[in-house]
Design a protein around this ligand. Structure first.
Ligand SMILES: [Zn+2]
Length: 382
């Protein structure tokens, strides 16, 4: 395996670090440092053991390839939640830099599509995703040793919908012209975190980007948390009005209804539906630390995810981490990154009762279909 040299904590510029760190007392600091080293080593050991377990599966052929079709490299490296700046990770997780992280991915992982969807900064003093990609384009360029594993999208998330204007459009057009930019988004509507009164604002920002994706011939990456049938119908009409039936679409981290997913798939032949580490969570663990929301009989998250995965054809699915968020079990709570995405594929294989190799093959092909990627499996690959 490649380098295990992790960046020392004092070299790290990440935010959200040091929460709960022992301050002031030298002796305590020494103890804390020793403890941190041990914990970091344990994180690495667990990760490497998981990759070995994966390689030993007898339903994963030697040459199997796969992609993480949706993550956020900037946030994986900065490790901050959008908006709140809340530390995403368990204390003492190893600090990583991009080249080291890529070197530690399993050999079947052909790479990732990283979304850059925030113009606003996630925390004062931390560059926004849009700033980050501008400063780090060199990772995606031919002389970078890891460029062959990286692609990106540019757009504006519904959480940042108020920031769409003429200069935002200019930035999106400029970055979209980069050869490794394969999509516009993630963009869309979110009525889970936002009030319905924001609908017009979110729609305006979404329409502009959907039109751009069509004009530029880039995949449209959609973030939609529609929550009601009425919203699903409204969004479907919007999409039909703007996006031609052959246009590639990735509905990321799908959580709406099965009937709606079926309508989407029937209309757009190159539309794919993405699932994240959230499908590996068990209901008993979902509510950790939370209060019961009453006795109403609602379909639980796990049951809904299973119904979706089992109800949709494998050929229409994508696997994604949405890293750093929703790290799959058994790593829940840590920083998700593309090296964890096989856990999502394993849950799909379990629920669909098919071999893992089949899930990898189908989702690999779907990623290539939606994003037009060239990978090491392809003779024309980078
Ligand atoms: Zn995302």
């Amino acid at each position: 395996m490649a380098s295990r040299r992790w960046r020392k904590p004092e070299e790290d510029v990440a935010v959200g670090r040091g929460r709960g760190s022992a301050g002031g007392q030298n002796g305590l600091l020494g103890l804390a440092a020793a403890y941190s080293q041990g914990t970091r080593a344990a994180f690495m050991e667990r990760y490497m053991a998981d990759l070995k377990r994966l390689a030993d599966r007898n339903d994963l052929p030697e040459g199997a390839r796969w992609f993480d079709s949706h993550c956020h490299l900037e946030s994986i490296l900065q490790r901050s939640w959008r908006g709140g700046g809340k530390p995403q990770v368990t204390e003492n997780e190893p600090q990583v830099n991009l080249e080291e992280m890529v070197s530690l991915w399993p050999k079947g992982l052909d790479g990732c599509v990283s979304n850059f969807a925030f113009r606003r900064e996630s925390k004062p003093g931390v560059p926004a995703e849009w700033i980050w990609i501008d400063r780090h384009l060199h990772f995606f360029e031919p002389d970078s040793p890891i460029a062959g594993k990286l692609w990106f999208t540019i757009g504006l998330h519904p959480h940042d919908a108020g920031n769409w204007d003429a200069s935002a459009e200019q930035t999106v057009r400029r970055l979209a012209a980069h050869p490794k930019c394969v999509g516009i988004g993630e963009c869309g509507l979110d009525f889970f975190k936002h009030d319905r009164s924001e609908a017009e604002l979110q729609l305006r920002t979404f329409r502009a980007q959907a039109m751009l994706a069509v004009e530029l011939g880039k995949a449209l990456v959609i973030h939609a948390r529609l929550t009601t049938q009425q919203n699903e119908e409204m969004f479907l009409q919007e999409l039909k009005r703007i996006v031609p039936q052959t246009h590639p679409i990735h509905i990321h981290c799908f959580s709406d209804s099965l009937a709606y997913a079926e309508e989407l798939m029937a209309h757009w032949q190159n539309l794919r539906i993405g699932f994240t580490g959230a499908i590996t969570f068990r209901d008993s663990e979902r509510g950790k630390g939370g209060k019961s929301k009453g006795k109403a009989k609602v379909k639980k998250g796990e049951e809904h995810c299973r119904e979706l995965v089992q109800g949709l054809p494998l050929q229409r699915l994508l696997i994604e981490t949405d890293g750093p968020y929703m790290c799959p079990e058994p790593f829940r709570g840590q920083t998700a990154h593309p090296g964890h995405v096989h856990r999502v594929a394993e849950r799909i294989a379990e629920w669909k009762n098919v071999e893992l190799g089949e899930v990898m093959e189908a989702t690999w092909l779907s990623t290539v279909t939606v994003y037009g990627l060239k990978s090491s499996k392809d003779p024309k690959g980078s």
